[in-house]
Structure formats: structure tokens, C-alpha cells
Design a protein. Structure first.
Length: 171
């Protein structure tokens, strides 16, 4: 639940069975699950401890994709490569806008997005992205954009790296 993108194999079963052991879901599961699937569905899963299959997980928004078991890692890697082909600062700012924006009133979230958009327009990634595709190089590293982005946006950690996780119950 803590990943930006979740991919499940067709035979995966997901859930929070902790209540069946007389404990509760930890590691922020009671906070993340309702944000993904809604309060009612999350409470049902958390209070019953029942698992859902991959297709149900897809239907309720717990996973983004369901793929055949033998293609799981290849699909996850392909999706991650597609993300990483984009400018690293733009990826970082999109994740920041979505994650932080969900915690803010809409007007403040829109202001955050506009601020990040303004900052990114001064980066090498933006200049590179506006070139015709035949003349583009690789997007710059986040380090090469640090001066143009400014110290207010510098943060470390996994929250700014796109992540794809693959669920396979037999791995």
C-alpha cells in the first residue's frame, strides 16, 4: 500500500488479516488502505480480515494492474522504465503534488501544484523536454537541477522516486 504503483499477478490475494490474530494492521495500513479504496471498503477489509483476489483488488483500486504470473516482473520493470524515461524532477514534483495535495484543502493543493509547476519551468529537464524528440538527450539527474529548483524543494527519500511493486504470492 505504500508504493506509488502496485501490480499484482493474477493469482495474488491481498488483505489485512491481522484482526484474525487479535491484533490490528500496523505500518500505517489503517491510514493507507482507506485512501486507496475508500473508508467503507477499507473498514470491511480491516475488520473482517478477509482477503481479496487480484481482480477484486483491481476493481477497488488496491492495485493498478493485474498481469499473468509469468509476466509479473517484466511488466513491473517495463512500467518503471517508462516512468524513469521522464525527467526526474518532473517525476519528483508530480509525486509531491499528489501526496501532499491529498492532505490539503483543494485551493492549497492547487497553489502547491502551481508553485511546483513554476519551479520546474526553470529546470534543465523542462528545457530538454521541449526539444524535438529527435534532438533530446537523456533527462538530467536531480542533482543537475538542484540550483534551479531551489533549496525549498530539496528532500531526500523514497517518497520522490517512482516505485512499482509486484505482488506474487509464491515468490
Amino acid at each position: 500500500m505504500a508504493c506509488h504503483v502496485r501490480i499484482a499477478s493474477e493469482n495474488a490475494r491481498l488483505g489485512t488479516p491481522e484482526v484474525k490474530l487479535g491484533i490490528m494492521c500496523g505500518y500505517a495500513g489503517t491510514q493507507r488502505l482507506p485512501r486507496l479504496v475508500g473508508k467503507g471498503r477499507a473498514l470491511e477489509m480491516l475488520l473482517t480480515g478477509e482477503m481479496v483476489d487480484a481482480q477484486e483488488a483491481l476493481r477497488i483500486g488496491l492495485v493498478n494492474r493485474v498481469v499473468p504470473k509469468d509476466k509479473l516482473m517484466a511488466e513491473a520493470e517495463a512500467l518503471l522504465r517508462k516512468m524513469l524515461a521522464n525527467g526526474p524532477v518532473s517525476l519528483r514534483f508530480v509525486i509531491e503534488a499528489v501526496n501532499s495535495g491529498l492532505e490539503l484543502p483543494l485551493a492549497e493543493a492547487q497553489y502547491l501544484e502551481a508553485t511546483l509547476f513554476g519551479l520546474i519551468c526553470a529546470t534543465d529537464d523542462m528545457k530538454e523536454g521541449r526539444r524535438p524528440s529527435s534532438r533530446r538527450g537523456r533527462p538530467s539527474s536531480p542533482a543537475s537541477n538542484e540550483e534551479s529548483v531551489g533549496s525549498a524543494t530539496r528532500r531526500q527519500g523514497a517518497a520522490h522516486c517512482p516505485a512499482a511493486i509486484a505482488f506474487n504470492p509464491e515468490s
